[in-house]
Ligand binder design. Structure first.
Ligand code: SF4
Length: 446
């Protein structure tokens, strides 16, 4: 049977497998993997499908999804049929759209992490079978944070459950990351799925189509209406939630090896090779994979271009998919960003560099230490301490000139930094972006 397919979504919408997004390199097919766990045989099958039906490229998304790129309209149907055979596609686009459940990727590997993976799978299945919730907004999401060594503290969820250390309880909160979310109370593990479904239903009733995220509903109306719908225990006041530490996941760990790829992109051949190094891969919201097992070959991972060191400068870069992969892309943002990593290891150890192929800044909307915003074919505006499309100290420079400027900024930082002073603090101390730009110009000329 051929899977039901909806028309492709426009850019900016939230794609799925049955509602793929049309971008410059073809259709983007996003796979929501229940519990974020991918057996090696499934990963090899996905790699093979990516080669045969896509352009051979896959993305690791920031919501722990896998995205197959470059699918043509003609090959979408056969791809979805094959994905359905693998159990990776639901029957209904509306059901698939709401299956946005993120759980701690270290569950079962880290003894300190609460057992959230079975809860995630149960909730995923419940959402797929509850048509009354299929009208939830496309980006409405649930976070199941098991804590332990790699808590999902920074992950934003409309509904979130944070494991309370030393108990079998979860904090129940809405509309944010661990720090920002509004706490409603606490519940036991066996009540997590039903509590999430009840809160989803309450959101639909209370927002009546006026809000797309729970955070805006709470900002407008508070939490009293939600709290009335769910019977929760009071939150214990003497238990602290652990903070975020995602980079601890990389490299050789007791039960896994964490491997990242610059910008979260890898070739299907790489995915297939990784699947020969481990029995199971885990997807994370940090655009890294966890390879289960304690004997994964680090040399093989390095040969694949994988990043094992948490202080690798490439991890402090962000760049959108750029020209050829996005209709709005004016430049090869990722290639140009990798050139910057070669010349700015110290800047990247203490700051963030962002290369955006247009002014929209999808990959990093916040200000960056250095921002390159494409303004035409092979041209960038370069700014300091600004967001994409924001204030720039240099206009319309070539990628090579931008690399020279960043290399000069690296030299200015290296020679003028004080002990423990990060690059942003140095720029502020020296008088701000305009003053530092003058120093950079003098350094480039010299
Ligand atoms: S920032 Fe990049 S990915 Fe976003 S719209 Fe512009 S070119 Fe496309």
């Amino acid at each position: 049977m051929t899977a039901a397919i909806n028309p492709p979504r426009v850019r900016g919408a939230c794609p799925g497998a049955l509602v793929p997004m049309e971008v410059a390199d073809g259709l983007l097919v996003r796979l929501r993997i229940p519990g974020g766990t991918l057996p090696a045989t499934t990963a090899r099958a996905v790699a093979d499908l990516t080669r045969r039906h896509g352009n051979g490229l896959v993305d690791l998304s920031q919501r722990a999804n896998l995205q197959i790129r470059g699918v043509t309209n003609a090959l979408l149907g056969p791809l979805l049929d094959a994905l359905r055979d693998l159990g990776l596609v639901n029957g209904d686009p509306a059901a698939e759209r709401v299956r946005n459940v993120l759980c701690s990727p270290t569950c079962g590997l880290d003894p300190e992490c609460a057992p959230v993976r079975p809860l995630a799978r149960a909730l995923d299945e419940a959402l797929a079978n509850r048509p009354d919730l299929w009208t939830l907004p496309a980006k409405f999401s649930v976070v199941l944070n098991g804590g332990g060594r790699a808590p999902l503290a920074d992950a934003v969820g409309d509904i979130r459950f944070d494991a309370l250390p030393g108990t079998t309880l979860f904090r129940v909160a809405v509309g944010g990351d661990q720090d920002d979310a509004a706490t409603l109370g606490a519940c036991r593990a066996d009540a997590v799925a039903e509590t999430a479904l009840t809160l989803g239903r309450a959101f639909l009733d209370l927002s009546a189509g006026r809000h797309k995220r729970l955070a805006t509903l709470v900002a407008a109306e508070g939490t009293a209406g939600l709290a009335r719908r769910v019977p929760l225990a009071p939150l214990p006041t003497d238990i602290a939630l652990p903070g975020s530490a995602p980079h601890r996941l990389l490299g050789r760990q007791p039960a896994w090896t964490g491997v990242a790829f610059p910008f979260g992109g890898l070739h299907a051949d790489t995915l297939a090779t990784l699947a020969h190094l481990t029995p199971t891969l885990r997807l994370t919201p940090w655009r890294a994979l966890l390879l289960e097992g304690d004997g994964v070959d680090a040399d093989a991972i390095h040969a694949l271009g994988g990043v094992l060191a948490p202080d690798d400068p490439r991890l402090a870069l962000s760049a959108c998919s750029g020209r050829g992969a996005c209709d709005s892309g004016l430049t090869d943002a990722r290639g140009d960003a990798l050139a910057l990593a070669q010349v700015a290891p110290r800047l990247l150890a203490g700051g963030h560099i962002h290369v955006s192929a247009c002014a929209k800044g999808c990959a990093h909307p916040a200000p960056a230490l250095v921002i390159l915003t494409a303004r035409g074919d092979q041209a960038y505006d370069v700014g300091l301490l600004a967001p994409a499309g924001g204030a720039a100290q240099w206009r319309g420079v070539t990628p090579a000139r931008a690399t020279s400027l960043v290399a000069a900024l690296e030299a200015v930082y290296t020679h003028r930094m004080r002990a423990d002073e990060d690059p942003a603090a140095l720029i502020t101390r020296l008088g701000g972006p305009a003053a530092v730009a003058a120093l950079v110009e003098a350094t480039v000329v010299a």
